[in-house]
Design a protein around this ligand. Structure first.
Ligand code: S3P
Length: 196
């Protein structure tokens, strides 16, 4: 208690409580997370783990195309050429980009098309480039039998040339660059941290 001017007692004033700073918005991110990068950079293996960590659904774009068409990527390349595959890929991008809250593993060529990049961004998606050194990619891909573009005798040199050409385009498409030169569990944690 304290005395006021007129000598009457009045209760001591409680110190004014400062209102706590408002926490940053906790609204869940509904935009998709799209992983891009060269073949073998870990888009699928990292993507699956990121989806688990963030409790999101995972979508592998090549798988999506295979399910939609009933053909493997290899078969599409063989029957329709790369051009046919790219058209189907662009269609698949339109469809999955419009969904919400997915972790999407794109194909190694997906974000080389500005139209695909724009589709992802138009729906609030964030594109992440998994950056892996070319030597590691050459090693990871040396025995690959699945990827149509790599079934050639000069695979090592081809990978080096294609990587040089594509790297700046991955960077240009990406909202974030993630160091992908580590085991998938580690890279997945690096990615997930950015969205927690
Ligand atoms: C491609 C990469 C492949 C697949 C297709 C074309 C490319 O996906 O989409 O064979 O142009 O780099 P991955 O990067 O998952 O191997």
């Amino acid at each position: 208690m304290t005395m006021n001017d007129t000598g009457t007692k009045k209760p001591a004033r409680r110190p004014r409580r400062r209102r706590a700073a408002r926490p940053a918005s906790k609204a869940p991110l509904t935009g998709n997370i799209i992983l891009c990068g060269f073949m073998g950079c870990g888009k699928t293996s990292v993507g699956k783990r990121v989806a688990k960590l963030l409790d999101r659904q995972f979508c592998d774009l090549d798988n999506y195309i295979e399910q939609r068409t009933g053909m493997t990527v290899k078969e599409i390349f063989a029957q329709e050429g790369e051009e046919g595959f790219r058209a189907r890929e662009a269609q698949a991008v339109e469809e999955v980009a419009a969904k919400k809250g997915l972790v999407i593993a794109s194909g190694g060529g997906t974000v080389l098309s500005q139209k695909n990049v724009d589709s992802f961004h138009a729906h609030g998606g964030k594109i992440l480039f998994l950056d892996v050194p070319v030597a590691a990619l050459q090693e990871r891909l040396k025995n690959d039998k699945k990827r149509p573009l790599l079934q050639r005798p000069d695979r090592r040199e081809f990978i080096a040339q294609l990587w040089e050409k594509r790297c700046p385009l991955y960077r240009a498409a990406a909202d974030l660059v993630i160091d992908g030169g580590a085991p998938a569990v580690v890279v997945a944690k690096r990615v997930a941290q950015r969205f927690q």
